[in-house]
Ligand binder design. Structure first.
Ligand SMILES: *Cc1c(COP(=O)(O)O)cnc(C)c1O
Length: 396
């Protein structure tokens, strides 16, 4: 018999270096244990206003409409898709990994006509590909894409693509789930109309909210819809009435998660986004140099397209992925991610997200990998890898 009634839930403190959730700072845990306020309490409304302003700064936008959707990153994705598209509308979805595919699937379910444009996993899109797609489909209402592909570790340059989408007068949806506060964003400059993210990646709160930001053009498009949003729970025109001064009840907001988000955003604000981006870039470079010194091959060949919050390396020939990651978890208490879709069993995904992006974590991983790779007969130069990473960290 399981003695659940008399036992305390006691999960171990893992070193979370996978694709999310990431490590959570004690300050965020403490915020979550604060007393729950009612959703019509003026004190809670003050916290909501703080979250909106802090989100505006984190997203680096002048958009008034920045608030969290109650649900994980995929709920933000669904919000962007089902509020911008109606049955029969045309959408172009760019796919160079697992999450682009999910956007396309959601758009089809809304009843949109979807054209997908693909690039090989591990590469970014050439802007000319997007230009051709837009020229071939002039009726396009929405272009949707992922900024930081967590399945591959690619970050997509946005300047030129943003301009093209604007010239065609289409709306732009951008997934910043793994880039928000880990990589510079310029939503206004790129012309992003619907942007969504998640709390459990570079923000270091538990999974459960999806911060979104909608441009004035996006709000206009919503107000001109011919049909109501199919998904009542994610209908922005209804949710807005609670997040603006009207405070009209729509659904009970997850109060403790909003505390967590508030604290996570305050931590990012206190560090300063430029320092935070620099820290992510430095630690990612050290990790990447260390992995290469171990004899591993990085998946993203172009250094300019490597996402600092998520590094990918190929599982070497003859090494058992499942066995290695299970030993890493059980013996070293370290979690990293495996490959998704076509890359299952072939790829390791290492997250250095926000609070997780720290020298102590990446050095521990390099040392552990050295041991575990050697045990599987892969001759890795471990002490060399730690030394190489340390040199990058100290700017040597
Ligand atoms: C994690 C992730 C999502 C999905 O978020 P969930 O919180 O798992 O629903 C979407 N897009 C990207 C790029 C992600 O990394």
């Amino acid at each position: 018999m399981v003695e659940w009634a008399n036992s305390t839930l006691n999960p171990p403190e893992r070193i979370l270096m996978g694709p999310g959730p990431s490590l959570i700072p004690p300050r965020v845990y403490r915020a979550m244990s604060a007393p729950v306020l009612g959703y019509m309490d003026p004190l809670f409304h003050g916290i909501m206003d703080d979250v909106k302003s802090l989100l505006r700064r984190a997203f680096n936008t002048s958009n008034d409409m920045c608030f969290p959707i109650s649900g994980t990153g995929s709920a933000g994705m669904e919000t962007a898709v089902c509020n911008s598209l109606e049955p029969g509308d045309h959408a172009i979805v760019l796919i160079n990994g697992f999450y682009g595919d999910r956007i396309a699937e959601m758009a089809r379910r809304v009843g949109a006509e979807v054209t997908t444009v693909e690039a090989p996993w591990g590469t970014a899109f050439d802007p000319s590909v997007v230009k051709n797609a837009l020229n071939n489909h002039r009726q396009t209402k929405v272009v949707a894409m992922v900024h930081g592909e967590t399945s591959t570790g690619v970050v997509q340059p946005m300047d030129e693509i943003g301009k093209m989408v604007k010239e065609h007068d289409a709306l732009l949806i951008l997934d910043t789930v793994t880039s928000l506060t880990g990589y510079p964003l310029d939503l206004d400059g790129w012309g992003v109309d619907f942007c969504y993210s998640g709390t459990q990646k570079c923000l270091n709160a538990p999974p459960g909210l999806s911060p979104i930001s909608i441009s004035p053009r996006g709000i206009d498009a919503i107000s001109q819809r011919r049909s109501p949003v199919v998904n009542w729970y994610l209908d922005v025109s209804l949710i807005m009435n609670y997040w603006d001064q009207g405070r009209a009840y729509h659904h009970t907001p997850p109060i403790s998660m909003i505390y967590a988000l508030r604290e996570a955003l305050a931590i990012a604000e206190e560090e300063g986004l430029p320092s935070r981006f620099e820290r992510h870039a430095r630690n990612a470079s050290a990790l990447q140099a260390g992995l290469e010194a171990l004899g591993l091959e990085l998946f993203v060949k172009d250094p300019a397209h490597r996402l600092p919050s998520l590094t990918t390396a190929l599982v070497p020939e003859g090494v058992n992925d499942a066995q290695l990651r299970s030993a890493l978890l059980n013996e070293y208490n370290i979690e990293i991610g495996g490959g998704q879709g076509p890359m299952a069993g072939k790829l390791w995904r290492v997250g250095l997200m926000g609070y997780s992006s720290h020298p102590r974590n990446l050095l521990a991983l390099l040392a552990a990998l050295h041991d575990l790779l050697n045990r599987q007969g892969f001759r890795a130069d471990g002490p060399g890898a730690v030394a190489v990473a340390t040199r990058v960290l100290t700017g040597g």
